[in-house]
Design a protein around this ligand. Structure first.
Ligand code: ACO
Length: 174
């Protein structure tokens, strides 16, 4: 019997039906991909993200409030996770945020954000599977393109995921 929590027992951010089976079928038998759950703070969500940047602790209530804030914007936040079926802990995460535009006949753009794979699991194609799932979702919900910002050192990874380098990123920190 697997020890991970099945989707049916979780409060999920979006419908798991949107996650493509072509991607989930390529995961190892020890892994499960699903939408973010309201209780994922207790499954190492933030510690997995800490390979990417600073992720200070938040309380269970603060986490749940942020989750509900995202879910209150239907078809905007698609955060998914990969869970180790033996430990019920998260080993990889990623998000595509859908931006509604007025240009291009009310077009939509998918923004890929916060991709992270636990150090012990890097190199097993989990990053690639997360990107493939997110770009499929972006396309399914009607986006005409999917974009992201990354460091120079991650350019080869995103090229392997099918992305090409375009234009520049500008930032103003507050
Ligand atoms: N440089 C060159 N090639 C790379 C790199 C890299 N930095 N990372 C992965 N690759 C290659 C792999 O070798 C593999 O190539 P192959 O198909 O020829 O074997 C291919 O890309 C797919 O790699 P994965 O195994 O799927 O990569 P992984 O699961 O390790 O995930 C990731 C990659 C997400 C970058 C991971 O290393 C990570 O979490 N890094 C720290 C956090 C981070 O930088 N996240 C991305 C920030 S950008 C954003 O969030 C939009």
């Amino acid at each position: 019997m697997p020890s991970f929590t099945p989707n049916s027992e979780l409060d999920l951010l979006f419908s798991a039906d949107l996650i493509p089976t072509e991607v989930t079928s390529q995961l190892g038998s020890d892994l499960h991909m699903r939408p973010l759950a309201k209780t994922d703070l207790s499954r190492s969500h933030l510690s997995v993200l800490s390979v990417l940047t600073a992720t200070p602790d938040v309380s269970t209530a603060q986490y749940a409030q942020a989750f509900e804030g995202m879910r209150a914007c239907p078809n905007a936040y698609f955060t998914l996770v990969i869970v180790n079926r033996n430990t019920d802990q998260i080993v990889g995460v990623g998000c595509v945020f859908i931006e509604q535009k007025f240009i291009r006949g009310l077009g939509k753009v998918g923004h890929i954000e916060d991709i992270a794979v636990d150090k012990s699991m890097q190199g097993r194609k989990l990053g690639l599977r997360i990107i493939n799932a997110l770009t499929t979702i972006s396309e399914k919900v009607g986006c005409y393109k999917t974009i992201l910002n990354c460091s120079d050192s991650n350019i080869p990874f995103y090229q392997k995921c099918g992305f090409e380098k375009k234009e520049n990123e500008m930032a103003l920190y507050h």
